[in-house]
Design a binder for this molecule. Structure first.
Ligand SMILES: C[S@@+](CC[C@H](N)C(=O)[O-])C[C@H]1O[C@@H](n2cnc3c(N)ncnc32)[C@H](O)[C@@H]1O
Length: 512
């Protein structure tokens, strides 16, 4: 749905359900939106979202949604038809139950309590289960393709698994299709907020209009290794995808180095390791929490995470995600995601000329390169252990676990290994960044078929910088897809294909 659609009916319905963006003390039963928030369109930052309707102060309560307006497994179980059928389907996951609950309410049309809310839900999503084979292929990176394939398989399995339940409640055929299932499960994936009583979370009318801001101001030098019980207690605001840390329950600690700093043996001996142990690699500088269910008030409450001026988009942090996770669960990418990373598989010790096997211990955590190119704590520690001979590992292996260098020589080895690894990872991708930028231009001009056609032609005629005289197969593939998408008329599609074929012959790149 577009952001400039008329949401007045939603606002009226919200008011009738007790949803309010006014402070508790001044709220009246006729409150809806407008005191703090207003629905607005932000084409470059999530589309439809919520804007500040006045200047807001950090920490201010800006929206309250009563439990009775939420759609969760609890409201599913309060429906006699669903609860009777559920007793015969004990193996369904909460997310499956919530998806069927949503489909059942959608099938009720105007007679559903949530009808004005349902009408404003997006009709289509861009999460990974929606990807067709060519989309998956275009992800290029092996891990991303694997995640996409698994997400598609999971959607099919969940649908198959929920069919018996849907039959039992006599859901209309149209609402039992895979297409309907994709819609319902993507609605659950992209819009649920964390609640303490159910792992699938809850759909929260109006509260689910907040677009996402990454927890970028916070420095997570070793986010993957937090085992602190305070962190365990903090679930994210979404349906269990990742943790949301509450900084007030974790000390504001000094950051631990995760780089490949070269340190002398003397410096190592003089280091105060206790500091590193207590630090545990986590630096969280600010309060992260900006929403949650408050049992004492029986409301989902949202707070401003910063000061906002009137008209500015008010954002919510759903949790900590890299771009692949954002795409998988929410169907979008952040162009500058401070939490993006690239997974790097740890090599065998033999790659460093160290015989006698890998270190037995498992480090846990993510072995990856962070957005600024620095290796994660676990990656450095894992590489340091692998690049060290077993006899030295025994006496000095604990240095690696503390984020400390074992020897200058092994750090040089692992730096060289990382450099080679990065070069080979980039070299084996079918398109370069340059190619992708051209494709992006093509995609954004896709309104006009003529523009696509011209760009396709010029791309085929202009040798790609990164690939010598070859236009990568993927680029041509994508343009064909795009052309097919923007123009259903076979005549025009054929014309692009002809251009591609001519260019293909003249450049003699591999056949598609
Ligand atoms: C909870 S909804 C937010 C409201 C949504 N924009 C709407 O129109 O209903 C989450 C979805 O909004 C979009 N979104 C949220 N934050 C975004 C961002 N920073 N950039 C791009 N899309 C975003 C994604 O499609 C995501 O799945």
């Amino acid at each position: 749905m577009s952001g400039n659609e008329n949401c007045e009916d939603l606002s009226r319905w919200a008011a009738s359900k007790g949803i309010s963006d006014a402070p508790r003390e001044s709220a009246t039963t006729s409150d809806g939106l407008g005191h703090s928030l207003v629905v607005a369109n932000f084409p470059d930052a999530g589309g439809r979202g919520l804007a500040a309707s006045r200047n807001l102060k950090e920490g201010e309560l800006i929206l309250r949604v009563p439990k009775s307006a939420l759609m969760s497994v609890l409201s599913a179980k309060a429906d006699p038809l669903l609860s009777t059928a559920l007793a015969r389907h004990p193996c369904l996951s909460s997310a499956q139950i919530l998806a069927v609950h949503l489909l059942n309410e959608a099938a009720k049309g105007k007679s559903s309590t949530w009808s004005p809310y349902l009408i404003h839900l997006p009709r289509i999503y861009h999460t990974l289960p929606y990807f067709v084979a060519n989309d998956v292929q275009a992800l290029q990176v092996e891990e991303a393709r694997w995640v996409a394939e698994k997400a598609i398989e999971k959607a099919v399995m969940d649908w198959e698994g929920a069919k018996g339940f849907m039959h039992e409640i006599s859901l209309r055929r149209r609402f039992m299709s895979f297409k309907a299932w994709l819609w319902a499960s993507a609605t659950v994936s992209t819009r649920t907020l964390h609640v303490p009583w159910d792992e699938a979370g809850t759909l929260c009318p109006v509260g689910d209009l907040f677009n996402y801001a990454a927890p970028g101001e916070y420095v997570f030098n070793r986010k993957e290794t937090v085992t602190n019980s305070a962190a365990e207690d903090n679930k994210d605001l979404t349906s269990g995808h990742s943790l949301l840390f509450k900084a007030e329950e974790l000390d504001d600690r000094d950051s631990c180095s995760n780089g490949l700093e070269v340190e002398t043996a003397e410096e190592m001996a003089e280091s105060d390791f206790d500091n590193d142990i207590s630090c545990n690699g986590v630096t969280i500088r600010e309060r992260l929490r900006d929403g949650g269910f408050e049992a004492d008030h029986g409301e989902y409450c949202f707070y401003a995470r910063q000061d906002y001026h009137k008209g500015q988009q008010v954002l919510l942090c759903y949790g900590l995600y890299n771009n692949l996770e954002l795409l998988e669960h929410y169907g979008f990418l952040l162009p500058h995601n401070p939490n993006d990373n690239v997974h790097i598989r740890l090599p065998d010790s033999e790659e460093f000329g160290v015989v006698n096997g890998n270190p037995g211990m498992s480090l846990g955590g993510t072995t990856c390169l962070e957005i600024d190119g620095s290796p994660s704590f676990s990656l450095v520690a894992g590489l340091r252990l692998r690049a060290t001979h077993p006899f030295l590992r025994k006496s000095k292996g604990h240095f690696a676990l503390m984020g400390k260098q074992i020897s200058v020589d092994s750090d040089i080895l692992i730096y060289q290994w990382l450099e080679k690894k990065c070069t080979s990872l980039l070299a084996c991708q079918p398109t370069s960044l340059d190619d992708d930028l051209i494709l992006k231009t093509v995609a954004s001009s896709a309104q006009s078929f003529a523009a696509v056609e011209d760009l396709a032609l010029s791309l085929c005629e202009t040798p790609s910088k990164a690939h010598g005289d070859r236009v990568p197969k993927n680029v041509v593939h994508e343009i064909q897809n795009l052309a097919g998408f923007v123009c259903m008329e076979q005549r025009l599609l054929k014309s692009v294909r002809d251009h591609v074929r001519v260019a293909e012959k003249s450049l003699s790149y591999p056949r598609i």
